[in-house]
Write a protein that binds this ligand. Structure first.
Ligand code: SF4
Ligand code: SF4
Length: 146
């Protein structure tokens, strides 16, 4: 089709004229940001407060991009090399504690590979909620003058 158009000079003119009055197919990125779809996979983020150090994410990562290190009593630090990561989401899928999340942040380009090595420091575990039980009984009302 394209070959035939170029054989007849001027045959592309109607197409070019029509394009002048159509909305552009491209967006004005980076001035206009595009909302990525819900299941889009980009920068992995590790919520270390939930990590139990099982290292299933490390074992299952096909790019050897993630490391987990114990830094204290039940405290774990995660390191991800975004320069190696292939954004497959396997680490998030494998994690038994839903500690890893693949966000929509895809603007990761950098001239410096070292800046792509991100560390998620250990965070304190969230306080356990008190067990739900019957509400404590209030003291009986006192008679007036007692
Ligand atoms: S998204 Fe895939 S490649 Fe990236 S750290 Fe997770 S398992 Fe590894
Ligand atoms: S799989 Fe989840 S809980 Fe296990 S080490 Fe990785 S981030 Fe931590």
């Amino acid at each position: 089709m394209a070959k035939k158009l170029w054989r007849r000079p001027g045959s592309i003119a109607p197409l070019a004229l029509r394009s002048l009055f159509r909305r552009p197919a491209t967006t004005r990125y980076p001035f206009v940001k595009w909302e990525m779809p819900d299941r889009f996979r980009a920068r992995p983020v590790v919520h270390t407060e939930n990590c139990i150090g099982c290292k299933l994410c490390v074992r299952n990562c096909p790019a050897a991009a993630i490391e987990i290190e114990k830094v204290g009593e039940k405290a774990f630090e995660a390191r991800i090399d975004l320069g190696r990561c292939v954004y497959c989401g396997q680490c998030a899928f494998s994690c038994p504690k839903q500690t890893i999340e693949l966000t929509k942040d895809f603007e990761l380009a950098s001239f410096d590979r070292a800046s792509l090595k991100v560390v998620y420091h250990a965070k304190p575990k969230p306080a356990a909620e008190p067990p739900a039980g019957p509400a404590p009984e209030s003291p009986p009302p006192q008679a007036p003058g007692a």
